[in-house]
Write a protein that binds this ligand. Structure first.
Ligand code: ADP
Ligand code: MG
Length: 456
């Protein structure tokens, strides 16, 4: 019964996440048991387990529950035979600040790369839940040991640290092995070089150059989508380097499968290695980044004083993009130093009014169901079940109300995700909660608390 349920869940997952991702992540898992709401799996490495839990955990729990097996949580055991890919240890992460920085260069003298930013090192990269896997993978590659993931494909939205991590890998490899030929360039530059070579009928030296490097990094590869001859050349370079066991690191703003206009053979080749994404930042990570950047700013502007709560306020109010967060902080310090005032919340609101637009973080229905279930101490099955008892029906209505107000999903879609209910049920739930909110303090508080947790 459990095995059949897992089989059906696998079918759904395969169609949801695509054959490639399915093969990489789900197929290697074995469902061992389901006990007390915990589904235990074996996974080839602990990395795979953590990854699956992070990326597909909610979907898998939800799907199993819908298929009639009562699951609240997943647990993964690494197969002992395979050496797990360990996350970096604490020592590795907190290398002392005094560590000599590599000099600023514009790439190796003989390599036509883009300049590396000397600020983008592992030391200055703040690690949190949303980026820990990408960071661990980048560290691994930076160590420069045997090539295990090839290519390493980093993807994520704008300003989440892709370029920073790539530069950090480059610095690290160069520091450990000054002779290594590391070539970092944007996809745009790759194309520019290639077009130049074509123009001057010098594609031979172009090919030789690219194929002589030890490590090739191409940033923002979505740029070459749709540019056919560049893609072709990229593909050949890529293959040649992989054949020679040279490390390749690629970044894009989307997963390989989602880049329109990228040839299928390239997409699948990109998925051969390790594909890791940088998730949107959460409150803790934003605060961590702000604290670290504020310390750096204070070295430039020792006269500036930050009032308590300013960084927390910014971490709450400014959305995902770390570049925006950094820009806001820089402006704040410049402003404070000019006007010679302590930075209070008032100063923040005055000087950053335009940046402080409400963040438009996307909340998912699955997240809402899980948070509401946790809040009311219910199981996911209860929320999705047809039970009408008040103790279950009310929280379910709260969850539907939040799904309607916090996401852009349609009523029928919301109904479907709540155990296949009709859209009129959702309308009824939304009305009911709106009504209750004005007469029942407890409900009003619950909704407010949940909304804040979901939007954090
Ligand atoms: P992307 O290439 O993903 O668009 P970047 O790597 O250019 O983003 O990052 C944008 C800015 O945010 C950079 O200045 C970078 O140093 C900073 N940044 C992003 N993530 C972090 C982090 N985790 N810790 C410290 N700084 C970060
Ligand atoms: Mg970038």
């Amino acid at each position: 019964m459990i095995i059949e349920c897992w089989g059906r869940v696998c079918d759904q997952l395969r169609s949801d996440i695509g054959q490639d991702a399915f093969q990489n992540w789900i197929e290697p898992l074995n469902l061992l048991s389901v006990e007390n709401g915990v589904a235990s799996f074996s996974a080839p490495t602990s990395f795979v387990g953590t990854w699956v839990n992070r990326n597909y955990g909610d979907s898998i729990t939800m799907m199993m529950t819908r298929e009639g097996v009562d699951v609240d949580r997943l647990a993964f055991k690494a197969d002992v035979l395979v050496k797990p890919v360990a996350a970096p240890t604490v020592e590795e992460v907190t290398t002392p600040d005094e560590k000599p920085k590599p000099p600023v260069t514009t790439g190796s003298p003989d390599l036509p790369g883009s300049p590396l930013d000397k600020r983008f090192t592992f030391d200055s990269f703040v690690v949190g839940k949303p980026n820990e896997l990408a960071h661990a993978a980048a560290r691994r590659v930076g160590e420069g040991g045997p090539v295990t993931f090839n290519p390493l494909f980093l993807y994520g939205g704008v300003g989440l640290g892709k370029t920073h991590l790539m530069h950090a890998i480059a610095w690290e490899i160069k520091e450990r092995n000054p002779k290594a030929k590391v070539l970092y360039l944007s996809a745009e530059q790759f194309m520019y070089r290639f077009v130049q070579a074509l123009r001057f009928k010098d594609t031979m030296s172009f090919k030789e150059l690219f194929r002589s490097v030890d490590v090739l990094m191409v940033d923002d590869v979505q740029f070459i989508a749709g540019k056919d001859s560049t893609q072709d050349e990229f593909f050949h370079t890529f293959n040649a380097l992989v054949d020679q066991n040279k490390q390749i690191i690629i970044s894009a703003d989307r997963a390989p499968g989602e880049i329109d206009g990228l040839e299928d053979r390239i997409k699948s080749r990109l998925q051969w290695g390790l594909v890791v994404d940088l998730h949107p930042t959460d409150y803790e990570l934003r605060l961590g980044i702000l604290q670290s950047k504020a310390e750096a700013q204070l070295r430039h502007y020792p006269e500036v004083k930050l009032a308590d709560g300013v960084l927390e306020f910014l971490a709450h109010r400014i959305s995902n993009n770390v570049r925006v967060l950094e820009g806001a902080l820089t402006r704040l310090f410049a402003f404070a130093s000019l006007v010679g005032r302590e930075v209070t919340l008032d100063v923040v609101q005055e000087s950053l009014a335009d940046v402080l637009r409400a963040s438009d973080r996307k909340v998912t229905i699955d997240e809402i169901i899980r948070k509401v279930a946790d809040h009311y101490n219910l199981r996911l099955t209860d929320i999705l079940s047809p039970r009408r008892a008040r103790s279950v029906a009310r929280p379910r209505q709260v969850a539907m109300f939040l799904a309607k107000t916090l996401t852009s999903k349609s009523l029928p879609e919301i109904g479907r995700r709540f155990g296949g209910r009709d859209h009129t049920t959702v309308i009824h739930a939304v009305k009911k909660i709106e009504e209750l909110r004005s007469i029942d303090n407890q409900i009003a508080e619950d909704v407010e608390l949940l909304r804040r947790m979901l939007e954090a």
